[in-house]
Write a protein that binds this ligand. Structure first.
Ligand SMILES: Nc1ncnc2c1ncn2[C@@H]1O[C@H](COP(=O)(O)OP(=O)(O)O)[C@@H](O)[C@H]1O
Ligand SMILES: [Mg+2]
Length: 152
């Protein structure tokens, strides 16, 4: 017999603190991840909704980073942003990220070059059109220090 939590909650907290929930009838349409933003994952796009002021600033900063560096091909394409809510193309998750890749993007985007940045976390990367791209590009040093994420 299936346990109730298998039906309504799958994966719970993942290794980096995102919470994934889903119902059987939604499973193939959409997943949800929660960290500083609630992320609705649809088949071809995602929508990130801030749950606090930091999440709002991340969305705004993500938009600015996209506007400045979209030609680099190193960022997951953004479709639109409004009031800190971001819509991006959906990427395929990856398990690890090469340190050189992180060095490369820090060189390209100097605001990412600070200690304890989250760029070494593969959850913030994915593949889009078979290329590794950064999908979480809204954090700068100031935002990262706003309130530290709890470690579980
Ligand atoms: N474009 C995307 N494609 C696929 N998954 C995504 C995308 N954007 C976010 N996610 C998933 O949602 C999680 C949280 O999104 P992220 O942009 O990293 O927000 P946060 O700033 O809250 O960490 C990511 O770790 C990833 O698993
Ligand atoms: Mg992230």
């Amino acid at each position: 017999m299936r346990r109730l939590d298998e039906y309504y909650v799958f994966n719970n907290w993942d290794k980096r603190g995102s919470f994934r929930i889903g119902c059987p009838f939604l499973k193939n349409i959409m997943r949800i991840k929660i960290s500083t933003r609630v992320v609705f994952l649809f088949k071809n796009f995602v929508i990130k909704i801030p749950i606090d002021y930091r999440g709002y600033l991340q969305g705004k900063n993500e938009r600015q980073t996209w506007d400045n560096y979209k030609q680099s091909g190193k960022l997951c394409p953004m479709i639109w942003e409004i009031f800190g809510i971001v819509c991006q193309n959906r990427c395929i998750p990856i398990d690890k990220i090469n340190a050189n890749k992180v060095k490369e993007i820090k060189k390209l985007i100097p605001t990412f070059d600070f200690d304890n940045c989250d760029l070494y976390n593969p959850d913030n990367w994915g593949t889009y059109n078979k290329k590794e791209v950064l999908l979480d590009y809204g954090v700068n040093e100031q935002i990262s220090k706003m309130y530290k994420c709890k470690t579980y």
